[in-house]
Ligand binder design. Sequence first.
Ligand code: NAD
Length: 351
Amino acid sequence: MTSQSPTPSALAFVPFVSVANMMRLVNANGVETVMRDLAAYIEQDFRRWPEFDKTPRVASHSQEGVIELMPTADAENYGFKYVNGHPKNGRTGHQTVTAFGVLSSVATGYPLLLSEMTVLTALRTAATSALVGKYLAPKGAQVMAMIGNGAQCEFQALAFRAICGINRLRLYDIDPAATAKAMRNLSAQGFDVTPCTSGAQAVEGAQVITTCTADKQCATILSDNMVGSGVHINAIGGDCPGKTELHRDILTRADIFVEYPEQTRIEGEIQQLDADHPVTELWQVMRGEAEGRRDAKQITLFDSVGFAIEDFSALRYIHDQIAGSNFYQPLDLLADPDDTRDLFGMLTRAA
Ligand SMILES: NC(=O)c1ccc[n+]([C@@H]2O[C@H](COP(=O)([O-])OP(=O)(O)OC[C@H]3O[C@@H](n4cnc5c(N)ncnc54)[C@H](O)[C@@H]3O)[C@@H](O)[C@H]2O)c1
């Protein structure tokens, strides 16, 4: 900032992607194109997994929910996401999950992007699920059961169509209004959708089962008898200590695939198992160093909790997308005095 003018200099500004601009960007590209592009960024980063600084996310739990910080970095960029999970929030008109995040330059520590991440989290979670589905779903899968028809539901469906070619859906939610909402949205997107009155009915004839419910307890959304041989389970909603969706017996029959074992053992379905229960890391499958689906009878389980590298990839994608576009606003976020040591002088001159 100059001493004469209160106008911030170029270094003060950080590109900010608001919810409105995120929606413009996604609608301009098309949701399914965004899903495919995001999945490609995520896959690229999973394939260079050892290059990242990694830590289980930092979670602050309360009676009602959790607030989490999810940091990671490679040699060039640092990223973090702030995200909450409050299953009862819908009752007061609040979202269960909201988020925002930052991508920074490792060289200067300066933020390169501040972005809304509520919409972006739904996109990246779905893109990750479908990317994993590409490796684990049985060949020729056509039908997906979706149990839990809340905010994430349509995103999951669109990602599985864009990446795995699945167009037939069987929906179930304990709240029929949620299923009716998803029916409307997904029929309008050209899906062949069947509403179901129970989870057991939803899984009939499905080769992929997505569980995406929100409840702060160890729930049994899927019991052992509901899971036949050969299916792929995409388990999204068990992502906190004491918050799971699958009966333990399913876990002992399935081959389990995870993002980052150190985090998943705390938060995922596998918190129900011994700490040394074998799991396969997805980055190794994507690098061809570990086996994905072996045969048509195997039950595969993606024990999804959401890992920081997926958010890093999503921020990297958005940062690339907004270059030269009007999908962002410059935000006056960083103090930039003429003399870097005269921060106080800048403050007093502004009085
Ligand atoms: N793994 C990840 O990366 C990731 C990312 C985002 C969200 N999540 C989790 O996904 C879940 C869904 O998130 P959301 O934003 O869609 O939440 P939401 O509150 O919008 O929707 C959840 C839905 O689940 C339904 N439900 C609750 N209990 C049920 C039951 N027993 N049977 C059937 N349906 C039931 C609710 O009625 C609601 O419609 C949450 O638990 C959230 O924490 C995980």
